[in-house]
Design a protein around this ligand. Structure first.
Ligand code: CMP
Length: 140
């Protein structure tokens, strides 16, 4: 088992409904450690840059509007196979397809307001963590 770090975002629908503690408890119960965390209100430019990989997708504009509609919590999760483990805990992107007991099944409102983001590969995790955090802000 490889100890990894992954970037997680608690999205505006989660902060609006005061769900950050309940979601963090799921990560911790699954053995992931919160080794960095901060609450931000993303600017349009920040949201567009973070999701630049999706710039050509039809949902990009709405996604950036949603991600700037309220505060987010950005965080680094650390643990064994953290990237894949977090994706299991989150469930499928579309809550209609998410397995029972996952965060998105239990909390997401829609494919857009789906409560959480998690990196999809170790390579993207490194880039996404560096987007939000400097090294001294991550304390393992
Ligand atoms: P996330 O993991 O944050 O990465 C991109 C986000 O785009 C995704 O979660 C969804 O919340 C959002 N999104 C909106 N519409 C779609 C769609 N049709 N397909 C995939 N992602 C979508």
């Amino acid at each position: 088992m490889t100890v990894e770090r992954t970037l997680s975002i608690l999205k505006p629908d989660a902060t609006r409904r005061n769900l950050t503690g309940q979601i963090n408890a799921r990560f911790e119960a699954a053995g992931l450690r919160l080794v960095a965390q901060k609450r931000l209100w993303l600017s349009r430019a920040q949201a567009e840059a973070f999701y630049a990989v999706h710039a050509q997708r039809p949902f990009y504009n709405d996604l950036c509007s949603f991600m700037t509609s309220g505060p987010v919590v950005v965080q680094v999760l650390e643990g064994g196979n953290a990237v894949a483990r977090n994706r299991e805990i989150m469930g499928a992107t579309n809550p209609a397809n998410a397995a029972d007991g996952t965060i998105r099944k239990d909390f997401a409102e829609s494919i857009e307001a789906n409560s959480v983001h998690g990196s999809d590969s170790a390579e993207n995790a490194a880039a996404e963590i560096a987007f939000f955090f400097s090294g001294i802000e991550i304390v393992g």
